[in-house]
Design a protein around this ligand. Structure first.
Ligand code: NAP
Length: 282
């Protein structure tokens, strides 16, 4: 059996659904697990739940709202101050927000939470990951990325033209482009970057979606397998020796899979990186 004893893994969005199950499974494999929660109490409750199921689990909680770039910077500072190793970063937190909701930074909420927050966070932890190599970055995307036909470059961060039905698939496309470019930039460092579609899974995702779209999302998810199934590919990419040297891949059911043509566009990946760097003030 593979073991993660002695390894430190950080999972965002670990207070619910796929992230909670991913944190639990990594704890079962012996890893020290850092849970990122946007609500401290929910983070503590999740930590207690994991410790009840895995009595020797090493679980610690840090708190941040990943849609706020200020909080992402504070979170990275806290992680860098508290930990001298990080072998696995799982960018799992995600949201489908309604309408054109803007954050305090003036960013569309889904874009900020699902793309820019993880982009900034990963970049701020890059040195720690490289010092901990071999290390892995795992980002949870979605097959929903295939719905995107073009990238609205002039409107990416505010989502005004995209319409709420498109901001989520777009953010999941950005997760893949981010991974492609991150993997390229990490070549030779001993840190890999891969992303995945977890399958359609019965979780709280879509709880904020109203109207017909909300009804469809909740109906579809109700009949899907539970979060344990959804966590399988995340845990595989975080821990399996089979993918120790694989980077830049998109995985479904633990198998490398070809994403959409747009998601394989290296030029778009480089453009997104430059755009995100500027926007995040890196
Ligand atoms: N479920 C599916 O069918 C499916 C399919 C494809 C991809 N995915 C992806 O899987 C990932 C996990 O989603 P899930 O289905 O497990 O949904 P979920 O049960 O709603 O879990 C989402 C997690 O993200 C956290 N989160 C949301 N916004 C945040 C913010 N601003 N700052 C910090 N944390 C935040 C949530 O925290 P709270 O607990 O505080 O709400 C929660 O822990 C997402 O990236 C999603 O896009 C899911």
């Amino acid at each position: 059996m593979r073991t993660m004893l002695g390894k430190t893994c950080l999972v965002t969005g670990a207070t619910s659904g796929i992230g909670k199950e991913t944190a639990l499974r990594l704890a079962m494999l012996g890893a020290t697990v850092i849970i990122v929660a946007r609500d401290a109490a929910r983070g503590e409750t999740t930590g207690d739940e994991i410790r009840r199921r895995v009595p020797l689990a090493q679980v610690e909680t840090v708190t941040a709202d990943l849609s706020s770039m200020t909080e992402v910077r504070q979170l990275a500072e806290e992680v860098l101050a508290r930990y001298d190793r990080l072998e696995v970063l799982v960018n799992n937190a995600g949201v489908i927000s309604m309408g054109q909701q803007l954050t305090a930074d003036g960013l569309e909420t889904t874009f900020a939470t699902n793309h820019l927050g993880p982009f900034l966070f990963t970049n701020l932890l890059r040195g720690l990951l490289e010092r901990s190599a071999p290390a892995r970055v795992v980002t949870v995307s979605s097959a929903a990325h295939k719905q995107v036909r073009t990238i609205p470059w002039d409107d990416l961060s505010r989502g005004a033209q995209a319409g709420h039905a498109q901001t989520y698939p777009l953010s999941k496309l950005l997760n893949i482009l981010f991974t492609v470019e991150l993997a390229r930039r990490l070549t030779g460092t001993g840190v890999t970057a891969n992303c995945l579609h977890p399958g359609f899974v019965r979780t709280a995702l879509g709880r904020d979606v109203t109207g017909v779209l909300g009804a469809v999302v909740r109906l579809v998810l109700r009949f899907q397998p539970g979060p344990a199934t959804g966590a399988e590919t995340s845990v595989y990419l975080a821990s399996s020796p089979e993918v120790a040297d694989v980077s830049g891949g998109y995985f479904v059911k633990c198998k490398p899979t070809e994403p959409s043509a747009l998601a394989r566009d290296a030029w778009a990946a480089a453009r997104l990186w430059a755009f995100s760097e500027k926007l995040a003030g890196l």
